[in-house]
Ligand binder design. Structure first.
Ligand code: C2E
Ligand code: MG
Ligand code: MG
Ligand code: MG
Length: 288
């Protein structure tokens, strides 16, 4: 790894650069320290139920609050985490933080699903279902509140192993969502007999809807096919009110995107909840 300056002046880590032993060792030390020193923080982005306009859940997205480089985004450091073999440790931390937050909100009478992103390497952990069950039970949380967002590459690497892992996870009562759907090589036909609950259509389909009718056509047909397979459809990357209203018309179940809120710290999201409760027009009611 080498540290690279970005336009923002931050240094980011890219696994693709020439690796100099000393640099790599240094970055690895920083990352190890980040894990033990609690430098990872979770931001949360709300999801809106398009049938009711209510907030139905949040997605937990990790950031690294680096002591000198500022707040780093997942794209800046997940490669390093993966390549240094620390993904299991990071996933454990992320799950703990997200479930602690879910327990806090549940305790406040706020029923929200908590979605956590899982790398393929984390899912291979054979005791993951038991670990997650124990983490939920110790917080008194219903398994139905937890959604694991997984990507298509996990499904495609070894179909039978993926099926058995997902079956065990689903049997605990948690839900499985396919993230970035449409960007990989899997088809709905391929997903048909896998134990999954939800598809998240990638933002690269939603964002172009505003100026490309073909993008819209793909969104419409994907929603219809997902429903015919009994899957819930979530649209990510909802950035404008037109897309939001159109998705309601197309029967999409859930929307997530910058239009409603960027991913923000829990305290900021609580302010957003409060503002939204006061101002009935603050989205969800967009369709009128
Ligand atoms: P993802 O799970 O597909 O998350 C959605 C990404 O899109 C997030 O970027 C989010 O900030 C961004 N996004 C949300 N709404 C909009 C929108 O309306 N427009 C646009 N243009 N973008 C939007 P982020 O937070 O940088 O995360 C990037 C990726 O990093 C995630 O993609 C996920 O694959 C991964 N990731 C994030 N947190 C974790 C984690 O805790 N564990 C693991 N294994 N991966 C994570
Ligand atoms: Mg980002
Ligand atoms: Mg996700
Ligand atoms: Mg995604």
């Amino acid at each position: 790894y080498t540290a690279k300056a970005t336009h923002s002046g931050h240094h980011v880590y890219r696994g693709t650069d020439d690796t100099h032993g000393e640099d790599r060792l240094h970055l690895l030390e920083e990352l190890r320290l980040a894990l033990v020193d609690d430098q990872l923080v979770m931001h949360y982005q709300p999801k809106i139920d398009l049938k009711t306009g209510d907030v139905c859940g949040v997605e937990a997205l990790v950031r690294w609050n680096h002591p000198t480089r500022g707040l780093l985004q997942p794209d800046d450091f997940l490669g390093l985490v993966e390549e240094s073999g620390l993904m299991h440790a990071m996933t454990e931390i992320v799950l703990r933080k997200a479930l602690d937050q879910a327990a806090t909100w549940t305790g406040q009478g706020r029923t929200l699903t908590m979605a956590v992103n899982m790398s393929p390497s984390s899912l291979i952990d054979t005791v993951l279902p038991e670990r997650i069950s124990a983490m939920l039970a110790s917080r008194g949380l219903s398994p139905a509140l937890l959604v694991l967002e997984i990507t298509e590459d996990f499904l495609l690497s070894d179909r039978e192993r993926a099926r058995s892992i997902l079956t065990r996870l689903q049997a605990t009562g948690i839900r499985i969502s396919i993230d970035d759907f449409g960007t990989g090589y899997s088809s709905l036909a391929y997903l048909r007999d896998l134990p999954i609950d939800e598809l998240k259509l990638d933002k690269s389909f939603i964002i172009p809807m505003k100026d490309d009718p073909r993008a819209t056509a793909l969104v419409v047909s994907t929603i219809d096919m997902a429903h015919s397979l009994g899957l819930r459809m979530v649209a990510e990357g909802v950035e404008d009110t037109t897309a939001y209203s159109e998705l309601i018309g197309f029967g999409c179940d859930v929307a997530q995107g910058f239009l409603m809120s960027h991913p923000v710290p829990a305290a900021e999201l609580e302010d957003w909840f409060a503002t939204r409760a006061l101002d009935g027009s603050a989205l969800g009611q967009v369709s009128g």
